[in-house]
Structure formats: structure tokens, C-alpha cells
Design a protein around this ligand. Structure first.
Ligand SMILES: CC(C)(COP(=O)(O)OP(=O)(O)OC[C@H]1O[C@@H](n2cnc3c(N)ncnc32)[C@H](O)[C@@H]1OP(=O)(O)O)[C@@H](O)C(=O)NCCC(=O)NCCS
Length: 199
């Protein structure tokens, strides 16, 4: 499988949109429930935010095959979405009509989010690899690239949350040295908070 790993900042608008679609297809998250416009906006904002660490693997056709993205202030990017008030309210109304359960889930998740970052930590918020490219080491390469970037920016640890049943992701994280720091419930989901100490 041919691919090229580049920084999120180097993606063009079409690739950002396609990254949103890839996320929507393979990674369940609050933003997935809210839909493609939220995902596209999230990655646009992440691309423009200098505190974000992000990389994306592009296939030979230039389309995203996998990515890793995170930040020391993960809520900041999501919060910025609501700053474009008219856009935000319009999108929420659309979701309310099409998928009212998603609004409820978003509300529950935002209320029950129990993730307090340790000082000096950066969160790996999202990582994913297209089904067609899995089990060939791309997830591992993206994860290592994220960790290297975190080291270069002198973060003391990398944290992430993972659903307790996500065996493939947990195996990947454990292989590079992440350990479960604690387990918690967020809305309908049981999750581990894992961490990798960098220094
Ligand atoms: C997690 C994910 C990013 C891994 O990507 P990948 O490119 O397949 O990762 P790699 O090929 O580098 O490594 C996969 C490892 O997981 C192992 N694995 C795959 N499925 C597994 C399973 N069900 N149980 C245990 N291990 C599993 C593979 O054997 C491989 O380990 P190895 O290299 O020691 O043989 C990918 O599965 C994915 O995108 N999942 C959906 C999105 C997701 O869950 N993201 C994480 C959210 S926290």
C-alpha cells in the first residue's frame, strides 16, 4: 500500500472534507453523531490551530487513508465550532430534525465528560485508518509520528481515551507503551484513559 504521511496543515480543503468523511465512516465519536459538516469544520479548525498536532496519510490518489490528531486543549477546537453562531445553530437544527438522538447523546457526553488532562500532557484525540489499509503498520506509524511530535514539543505525556471493547486500538497503544491510567463511563460508553509517559 503506497502512502505519504504529511502534516494536517498541508491538507487542502478537499482533503479536509474527505478526512471528515473518513472519520465519519470509521470512527465513532460525538462529532460522528453530529454529522459530516461538523467533522469538516472540526478538521478545518484543527488545521488552523497551532496547538494541534496532526498528521494524515494520503494514498496514491491523494485521498486520506489514515490520520492522527490531538492537542493539549482538546475542547478548544470543538468549542471554536460554536463561535460561528449562525452556522452552528443551523447545523444543530438540521441534526435535530434528522437525528434527534444525536443531540441527546451530544448533551449527555458533554455533561459526563470526565477527562481532566494532567499538566504537561497532550491528548491524542482521534486516530484512524481506512479499512483497506489496516494491519499493515499504518496505525503504528501514525501513532509513532504523533508521539515524536509530542516529544519534540516537550510534552511530558500523551493521553487518550479508548472504548474498552476496542481490542485492535488497545493492542496498538499497549505495544508502544501506553498503560491504562483509569476507566470511566461517558454516556453509553465504557472507556479507558490510557497514558504514555514521555519523560
Ligand atoms: C486502531 C487502528 C487505527 C489501527 O490501525 P492499523 O493500521 O490497522 O494498525 P497497525 O497495522 O499498525 O497495527 C494493528 C495491530 O493491531 C492488531 N490487531 C488488529 N485487530 C486486532 C484485534 N481485534 N485484537 C487485537 N489486536 C488486533 C494487529 O495484529 C496489529 O498488531 P501487530 O502489528 O502486533 O500484528 C484501526 O484499527 C482503526 O482505524 N480502527 C477504527 C478507528 C479506531 O478505533 N480508532 C481508535 C479510537 S481510540
Amino acid at each position: 500500500m503506497k502512502y505519504n504521511v504529511i502534516a494536517l496543515t498541508q491538507l487542502n480543503s478537499d482533503q479536509i472534507k474527505k478526512l471528515g468523511f473518513l472519520h465519519q465512516r470509521i470512527l465513532h465519536s460525538l462529532l460522528t453523531d453530529l454529522g459530516a459538516p461538523f467533522l469538516e469544520r472540526y478538521y478545518q479548525l484543527a488545521r488552523a490551530d497551532s496547538s494541534v498536532i496532526g498528521m494524515c496519510a494520503l494514498g496514491a490518489d491523494g485521498n486520506p487513508l489514515g490520520w492522527a490528531v490531538g492537542s493539549p486543549t482538546p475542547e478548544q477546537v470543538a468549542r471554536r465550532m460554536s463561535e460561528a453562531r449562525v452556522w452552528f445553530i443551523l447545523q444543530l437544527l438540521k441534526v435535530l430534525v434528522a437525528n434527534p438522538k444525536a443531540i441527546w447523546q451530544a448533551f449527555i457526553s458533554s455533561r459526563s465528560a470526565s477527562v481532566a488532562m494532567k499538566p504537561g500532557a497532550v491528548e491524542l484525540t482521534y486516530i484512524g485508518v481506512d479499512e483497506s489499509a489496516r494491519n499493515q503498520g499504518l496505525g503504528h506509524e501514525l501513532l509513532e509520528a504523533f508521539i515524536e511530535a509530542a516529544r519534540a514539543r516537550r510534552f511530558s505525556s500523551v493521553e487518550l481515551s479508548v472504548e474498552t471493547g476496542n481490542a485492535a486500538a488497545i493492542a496498538l497503544y499497549t505495544r508502544v507503551g501506553f498503560r491504562v491510567a483509569r476507566s470511566y463511563t461517558e454516556g453509553a460508553f465504557d472507556r479507558h484513559r490510557m497514558e504514555l509517559i514521555l519523560k
